[in-house]
Design a protein around this ligand. Structure first.
Ligand code: ADP
Ligand code: MG
Length: 697
């Protein structure tokens, strides 16, 4: 393969310097190697030909039809002119439209010849049309195998005459000049999993002859990608565990014991106990802990974090808790300082709005070691914040924190502090194995006793009156209510308007009650003030945007009405819903939606009404949206690009790849065995990017 990486595609027949430049600009394809790794996303069975009369629905797939052109017509003038061919297959007619290269195309095709057209039919002005299809004669069509690959193309490429055909031809050209290709996986792995050889797989992925061949090729290439991804992650994690010095916390001492025996506000759940045991064992070893704590909203992660911070203090180090928002940091501060006050533990809050004087006090107490626990927002990782001896960091809801910010935390010590990342965003297992593949994972899979699952109802505009009546009943029972509006970037102005109107409506509808109002564009102080109105029960209703999504804890709030629920993603709805159901009372979440929604959206909303299982929801969310979005919100990079494997759907292959990698590393940790030489080489080729991300959390 090394040679292929050096061959510039401009030397390829039918490409040339100009087109090479366009390919580079649009798809980053520079070399033969890049081109061979630009795979089709799906395939059309060449043997199945559609009939125009059978076209139905709004969303036809790309397909082939076979027939003849009846006529050609140039319509419109100048820049707007287009070539329209009337195409008949005997069952019906459709229009074929070209906006570019009109003259040359007009000369290329004739009314006497039979053609096979390949493209996506769309309904336009009452008839079917196909824009810029790919066109074969039956002869050229059969020179290829039973399947045709459909390649991802950009608009510009299409306009410049690139088609799926261009790619499969180019791949065939390159491959016809190659007799052998160096294997990119160890022989032992290939034999064991009966994988297709690399050359055969690459050929088949571009021009498959049979479905079985295509399937084997896809499996082989997906496996390879996931294998190297796992190898990179696992090797890193093992190396880190071996070399980075961490604190050893052997003692469970005064603070932990006193708190546990005298001040624990309620008995721990079994899951909380188990997780604390896992963390304790980890922190005792002297290797740096990197642990992800997953627990659904309301599962009691804060208490776990506190108990672990006490262990750190018992071992003469300091602890730090970082939260994504001021509101959440303040709430953590209040909970934790209240719980620890009787033991004389020094807890301080540091956020962007901390005054200069208290800021200075905090700095000096951190430096002399008299400050035990620092709680705050990203203000705690500013450069001038220096700990005397930071032993333990808790990062709450880390996906709001960038990787770089976490990296800075990490450098605050010579000995690496233990890191506990807490999240209520359930991460599908396959994604966790990849994005957090190097972290140990603890799960709180149990809610504190007495919680009743939130009842979720789907309602439409015509149910508004009865919905408000239900809210009124809760208010009369002394309960509080959240009303949530979307505020989404593209629609910001409109959204703000409907939010403000909603606020007015609510005030008029519930005149006897006080209504607080908060959104993300308010000044922090104003936000804080409004939130506190609600938290202190002075206000009965909180009208808000998704700023309340994370962490807010008002157990007396039992009802949440989500307006325009159809505009929220599943995970977001789940996060929001987690704000209710935190107390003993039965809680309700009402999803108010437009009546006219796509079937996909309806499926999403119905799933919310049928389950409160965060993992099931996250899994479904990933299936529906693909992993990209979810990764995006977690702001974490991947150490290498995936061309063919899909984290959402290839869970089994991920598992297989991971098991294989672990076995190899168990037997040959430094990959010295001759059969494993290839691994070192491939890894260094594939991971050219720096990936500090894996070392920080
Ligand atoms: P999250 O995991 O979402 O951060 P919190 O730590 O905020 O959850 O806990 C949610 C609520 O549950 C809090 O009011 C907390 O006091 C309460 N809680 C935590 N642990 C227990 C427990 N073992 N028994 C009863 N209530 C608990
Ligand atoms: Mg929390």
């Amino acid at each position: 393969m090394d040679g292929l990486r050096r061959m510039d595609i401009k030397y390829l027949r039918g490409i040339g310097p100009k087109r090479a430049e366009i390919l580079d600009k649009n798809l980053g394809i520079k070399t033969y190697y890049d081109l061979l790794h630009h795979y089709p996303t799906h395939y059309i069975d060449r043997r199945s030909v559609y009939r125009i009369i059978d076209f139905t629905g709004d969303d036809m797939p790309s397909l082939q039809v076979k027939g003849k052109f009846v006529s050609f017509n140039i319509q419109g003038e100048g820049a707007k002119s287009r070539l329209v061919g009337l195409f008949s297959d005997g069952s019906g007619v459709m229009e074929v439209v070209w906006f570019q290269r009109i003259k040359s195309i007009r000369q290329l095709y004739h009314t006497t010849t039979e053609y096979i057209l390949f493209g996506k039919p769309t309904r336009f002005n009452g008839h079917w049309s196909m824009v810029h299809p790919e066109i074969d004669t039956p002869e050229t069509a059969t020179s290829f195998g039973g399947f045709r690959g459909v390649y991802p193309l950009t608009e510009q490429l299409r306009n410049r005459g690139f088609s799926s055909r261009t790619f499969s031809n180019a791949a065939s050209d390159i491959l016809s000049g190659i007799r052998a290709m160096a294997e990119t996986l160890p022989m032992s792995v290939i034999v064991r999993h009966r994988l297709m050889g690399i050359l055969e797989a690459i050929s088949a992925i571009h021009n498959p002859q049979t479905p079985q061949q295509l399937q084997s090729a896809r499996f082989r290439l997906k496996f390879e990608e996931l294998f190297y991804l796992q190898l990179d992650i696992q090797r890193y994690a093992r190396r880190r565990n071996g070399s980075i010095k961490g604190f050893a916390f052997p003692r469970i001492g005064h603070f932990f014991n006193t708190f546990y025996s005298q001040f624990l506000p309620f008995p721990l759940t079994g899951a909380q106990k188990r997780v604390i045991r896992e963390i304790r064992a980890d922190m005792a070893t002297g290797r740096q802990m990197n642990r992800l704590l997953q627990g659904d909203v309301g599962s009691g992660k804060t208490l776990v974090a506190l108990l672990c911070m006490l262990i750190a203090i018992d071992n003469n180090t300091q602890a730090c808790l970082m939260a994504p928002t001021e509101i959440l940091a303040a709430q953590h501060f209040e909970t934790i300082s209240n719980m620890t006050a009787p033991m004389g533990i020094n807890v301080k809050l540091l956020t962007g709005s901390t005054r200069k004087k208290s800021r200075e006090e905090i700095h000096s107490q951190l430096a002399d070691g008299s400050l035990h626990i620092l709680i705050g927002t990203h203000a705690v990782i500013e450069d001038n914040v220096k700990f005397r001896n930071l032993g333990f960091i808790v990062i709450d809801e880390q996906h709001r924190f960038g990787v770089a910010q976490r990296a800075r935390l990490w450098t605050k010590n010579t000995i690496a502090p233990h890191v506990l990342v807490m999240t209520a965003t359930p991460i599908p297992r396959t994604l966790a194995m990849t994005v957090y593949g190097d972290l140990d994972v603890s799960v709180i899979n149990e809610l504190p006793p007495g919680r009743k699952p939130v009842q979720t109802l789907l309602r439409y505009e015509e149910n508004r009156f009865e919905t408000y009546r239900g809210i009124g009943r809760q208010l009369r029972l002394g309960r509080q209510v959240y009303i949530v509006y979307p505020l989404i970037k593209e629609n910001e102005k409109l959204d703000l308007k409907s939010l403000e109107e909603g606020y007015e409506t609510i005030r008029e509808t519930f005149r006897d009650y006080k209504v607080a109002f908060v959104h993300g564009q308010m000044k922090p102080q104003e936000k804080e003030y409004q939130m506190n109105l609600f938290a202190s029960h002075e206000a009965h209703i909180l009208v808000a945007t998704t700023v309340i999504e994370v962490g807010v804890n008002v157990p007396n709030a039992t009802t949440m009405l989500i307006e325009n629920a159809e505009r929220f993603g599943l995970s977001q709805l789940h996060q929001l819903r987690g704000r209710v159901g935190r107390g003993e009372g039965q809680s309700y979440c009402i999803l108010m939606s437009k009546r006219k929604i796509s079937s996909e959206t309806r499926k999403r909303l119905e799933l919310m009404t049928s389950t409160t299982d965060g993992f099931a929801i996250a899994e479904a969310d990933m299936q529906m949206r693909g992993p990209g979005d979810i990764e995006g919100t977690m702001q974490s990079g991947m150490p290498m690009d995936l061309h063919i494997a899909n984290l959402a759907t290839d869970g089994q292959i991920i598992q297989l790849a991971r098991d294989t990698v672990c076995e190899i590393l168990d037997n040959d940790p430094s990959l010295d065995h001759p059969d494993n030489n290839i691994l070192q080489r491939q890894l260094s080729l594939l991971t050219t990017r720096i990936h500090d991300w894996s070392r920080i959390s």
